[in-house]
Design a protein around this ligand. Structure first.
Ligand code: S3P
Length: 179
């Protein structure tokens, strides 16, 4: 089946990309790769330290290099991508080459509950409260995530099993060209 199996998860911080990626990985018996983990490994630093010591633009360069490399990978995989990754045209072109792009959509209240105690995501702590940051950034990004996605899945009030079933059904339709 090769690359047609690949699933790319995009969405806001806290939308569940990592945990849904792991659930898909277990079901499909495919490896799950996480762009933030790959960046952290390569840089030998946490995401917060990269932002603080080298700046966001340096982080974005690492992110671009990683997604480019992943787009050349032959073996199938699931990709959990950092929240800002699909917002750059160049990165989006690489994601499209990788596989079906699934936007995990989550509303502000649920995001706030999930991100309340976060200390690992610098963008949530630059100005105002975490809720204010979520609203400000999500308002700007939501239409862009939707445009980037091949399919949109609401990730609120569903079990992992339900989500995985839904994504796999959508993948069937996507492969048939129904969408
Ligand atoms: C970011 C999301 C983070 C991480 C970095 C920037 C963003 O990843 O890449 O803090 O711009 O939304 P998660 O979406 O996995 O939290």
């Amino acid at each position: 089946m090769g690359k047609g199996e690949n699933i790319v998860l995009i969405g806001f911080m806290g939308s569940g990309k990592s945990s849904v990626g792991q659930a898909l990985s277990r079901r499909l018996q495919l490896p799950v790769l996480d762009s933030d983990d790959l960046i952290t490994e390569r840089a030998g630093m946490s995401i917060s330290d990269i932002f603080q010591e080298k700046g966001e633009s340096y982080f974005r360069l690492l992110e671009r290099d990683i997604v480019k490399e992943l787009s050349e990978r032959e073996e199938p995989f699931i990709l959990s991508s950092g929240g800002g990754l699909p917002l750059r045209e160049e990165n989006l072109a690489y994601l499209r080459r990788i596989g079906m792009i699934v936007y995990l959509s989550v509303g502000v209240d649920v995001l706030e509950r999930r991100l309340a105690g976060d200390s690992k995501r610098p963008l949530l702590h630059q100005q105002g409260t975490v809720r204010e940051s979520i609203i400000r950034i999500l308002t700007e990004r939501e239409p862009r995530y939707r445009n980037a996605a091949d399919v949109v899945v609401l990730n609120e009030g569903k079990t992992f099993q339900e989500l995985v079933d839904e994504i796999l059904l959508l993948r069937e339709a996507f492969r048939r060209g129904d969408r």
